[in-house]
Ligand binder design. Structure first.
Ligand code: ATP
Ligand code: MG
Length: 414
């Protein structure tokens, strides 16, 4: 269970202690601030986080009203509950109008306060969940995440590709999710056969042909038994030719012929066999450049590229980062533990340029979960290169200086 943390801003020591006892008895963690300024400092602190703010109206230094507006700016996601003496009810009402969740008049019982806190926390969580649900396209497998316009467009193309059997070429930088997209197409299609991934870069050049097409018992020295190739293993399913850009030149016309004719011949065999295989290829290379430099055959390119899906690098769709963070947090912990990131951590993550794309983000989250003290991931749990990228430092400084909200920070970044 993730313990919820409540910040209490109250200048009356007796009431403060009472609130602390009640809330801790109810299972909450509390942090005490003896006046508005102290509470403000805690809200500002990048290493602190709170799920709810409970504040008095009249306090020396900084009033509840001022604290509320600072909280709305700095931590707009935290619900605020106001406790007020009879004489300042009007101020409390004004605070609710200004965005506080609710107010409670002193003296009150903990039986009044606790349900209110519970409701505020539940509603905030529900709102977050709603926002999240809206951003996952229902008909794609839930594992493929993306809210940015380019990803939404990609989801449509995936759905369309899944309905047919044309060859698909997926391009995108390393770690952008090419294999995941290929799997999604297969899973969304009604193909009953297997999804068979082949990494063209990992198979020695002299073995590729027999790996893909199979061989007879006498095909070559060392081939004692006949073996089916990967094309046959993918019968009725999908063959995923990963890193197609690495396919050796001599192998390229052979693959082209097989794709054109819809038939394979095992190495060493006479007979050809028809196959029903959907071919999806992927590469992080620029194939058009490879073609110009005669490393990739143009005819094969056009044969593979009937449907072209391009996945934009993560730095061009920072809007997806918060969703991916949430997704990877669940994935890494297999839903066992509820980790979360502070707004500052998210700001650092959204400002970084992610040369390794989603894979690098997934690794960073996994590492942060392993390093974190509690269930809240702080900027200090991230690798140095991510924390210290120039843009990040600049944005954080700006955020602190100008008290930007996370939303404004996002706007600045995007
Ligand atoms: N949109 C996404 N939603 C959820 N998970 C994603 C998404 N994109 C990538 N991932 C995850 O990121 C990791 C890398 O993705 P994947 O292996 O598909 O990338 P790739 O483009 O094939 O990379 P490479 O070119 O290095 O082979 C995987 O764990 C994958 O599940
Ligand atoms: Mg891959």
């Amino acid at each position: 269970m993730n313990t919820q943390r409540i910040l209490i801003a109250e200048d009356d020591a007796d009431l403060r202690d009472l609130l602390q006892d009640d809330l801790e008895d109810a299972g909450y963690e509390t942090k005490l601030a003896t006046d508005g300024r102290a509470a403000h400092r805690l809200l500002e602190d990048a290493n602190e986080w709170f799920d709810l703010l409970l504040t008095d109206v009249r306090m020396p230094g900084l009033t509840g009203k001022e604290l509320l507006s600072a909280a709305r700016e700095m931590r707009s996601e935290i619900p605020v509950i106001v406790i007020t003496a009879f004489g300042s009810v009007e101020d409390a009402v004004g605070m609710v109008k200004a965005g506080a969740y609710e107010y409670l008049t002193k003296p009150f019982e903990s039986s009044q306060l606790l349900p209110l806190i519970e409701r505020a926390l539940a509603e905030t969580a529900a709102q977050r969940e709603q926002v999240r649900m809206r951003r996952v396209l229902p008909q794609t497998p839930p594992r493929l995440i993306g809210a940015s316009p380019t990803m939404q467009e990609l989801f449509k193309l995936i759905a369309r590709a899944a309905r047919g059997t044309s060859n698909v070429l997926i391009t995108g930088e390393s770690g952008t999710g090419k294999e995941l997209v290929a799997r999604s197409i297969h899973e969304m299609s009604d193909r009953k056969g297997a999804f068979v991934p082949v990494n063209c870069a990992a198979i020695p050049a002299d073995l590729i042909e027999s790996e893909l097409f199979g061989h007879t018992g006498q095909a070559f020295t060392g081939a004692k038994q006949a073996r089916a190739g990967l094309f046959e293993s993918a019968e009725g399913g999908t063959l995923f030719l990963d890193e197609i850009g690495e396919l050796p030149l001599p192998m390229q016309p052979k693959l082209l012929r097989v794709l054109q004719e819809g038939k394979v011949r095992r190495v060493g065999a006479d007979a050809e066999k028809e196959f029903d295989v959907r071919v999806i290829a992927a590469t992080n290379r620029d194939l058009e450049k490879e073609m110009r430099e005669s490393r990739f055959r143009e005819d094969l390119y056009w044969r593979l590229n009937v449907i072209h899906l391009h996945i934009a690098p993560l730095r061009e769709r920072p809007f997806d980062i918060p969703l991916l963070v949430e997704h990877f947090l669940r994935k890494v912990t297999r839903g066992q533990q509820q980790f979360a990131v502070t707004p500052e951590t998210l700001a650092v993550l959204t400002a970084y340029s992610w040369p390794g794309n989603a894979r690098e983000l997934e690794n960073a989250i996994e590492r942060a979960v392993a390093l974190a003290d509690g269930t809240m991931l702080l900027p200090s749990d991230l690798p140095e290169r991510i924390r210290s990228s120039g843009q990040t430092a600049h944005l954080l400084a700006q955020a602190r200086g100008q008290r930007l909200t996370l939303r404004e920070l996002e706007r600045e970044t995007f």
